[in-house]
Design a binder for this molecule. Structure first.
Ligand code: URA
Length: 287
């Protein structure tokens, strides 16, 4: 398993947090940390089968002013009066959210109760990107509020993070696919401009892509993987490394990890997911 060089957070409190996530005590202790004096296991990033497009090191924006921005909760959906030919790439926050609520760019518009733009601080350190709203998210208009969302919140807490404080949470798709089926490529293509505009406005310092669809979308858009390669690569081959994705004007570190819904079904992989989150935190620290 690829581990970050240092896991400075395994004090008593964090161990308790990890227990909350469902990481058993045997995962946490020294067995997984480099033993003093022992040669450290070299980080062995999983290389994709094709060369990653070289990108310059990220230019990290200066740390934000201390006062955290207020949590941006979802607003009530606007009437569906989407302006034709809206240039999404030029929209400010309120127009962007209005455009998402009014969106008719794909067939998912017909089945949604509420579109789900995203939630959180608008100049966050972390951007978490999931797949698509589920049933509860469709009802409430906020991402990750169901079971998977509760696990996500516990993972955030284990890093001393909190929804809305230094974190913005969004999905690749802003509308729920019927019966939570996988997103269709056409739906992703139609919805991605919204995510890209969010990224341009948010300017996060690190992006965590949760699950296959978020990983594929961000890595392809960011020039890290050609689409054919991304479509073939299992998620396990994309995690464990820090990509540099060119997203619009920004070059951002992107770390791929398992989707919380997958982790609920496969708790044995929670340890790997935790290592990914630590890797992202470390990339942030070294940026
Ligand atoms: N799964 C996601 O990917 N996003 C959500 O908002 C909820 C569940």
């Amino acid at each position: 398993m690829t581990l970050p060089r240092a896991l400075p957070w395994l004090d008593e409190r964090r161990s308790a947090m990890l227990a909350e996530i469902g990481l058993p005590p045997w995962w946490q202790p020294r067995a997984l940390l480099p033993r003093p004096g022992a040669p450290t296991e070299a980080a062995t990033p999983v290389e994709p089968a094709v060369p990653i497009r070289a990108a310059p090191p990220p230019k990290m924006p200066a740390p934000e002013a201390p006062a955290p921005a207020p949590i941006e909760r979802p607003v009530a959906p606007q009437p569906a009066t989407e302006a034709p030919h809206t240039d999404i790439a030029t929209l400010g926050w309120s127009e962007l959210e209005a455009a998402i609520h009014a969106c008719q760019r794909c067939a998912l518009a017909a089945c949604r109760q509420r579109a789900v733009p995203g939630v959180g601080e608008r100049r966050p350190t972390w951007l978490i990107v999931g797949e698509a709203p589920g049933e509860e998210e469709d009802r409430q208009g906020e991402p990750f509020v169901g079971r998977a969302g509760r696990l996500l919140d516990r993972m955030l807490a284990a890093l001393d993070l909190q929804r809305g404080h230094g974190v913005y949470i969004a999905n690749v798709l802003k509308c729920r696919p019927p019966r939570n089926r996988n997103p269709e490529p056409e739906e992703i293509a139609r919805c991605t401009p919204y995510l890209l505009r969010q990224i341009a406005l948010l300017q996060p310092r690190i992006v965590l892509a949760l699950g296959r669809f978020a990983a594929q979308t961000l890595l392809v858009e960011g020039g890290c993987l050609p689409p054919t390669e991304a479509a073939r690569a299992p998620l396990g081959r994309l995690r464990g490394r820090v990509f540099q994705a060119r997203l619009g004007e920004l070059t951002l570190p992107v770390v791929v990890s398992y989707h919380p819904a997958y982790l609920l079904r496969n708790p044995v992989d929670k340890g790997k997911a935790w290592a990914d989150w630590c890797l992202a935190a470390e990339a942030l620290g070294s940026g």
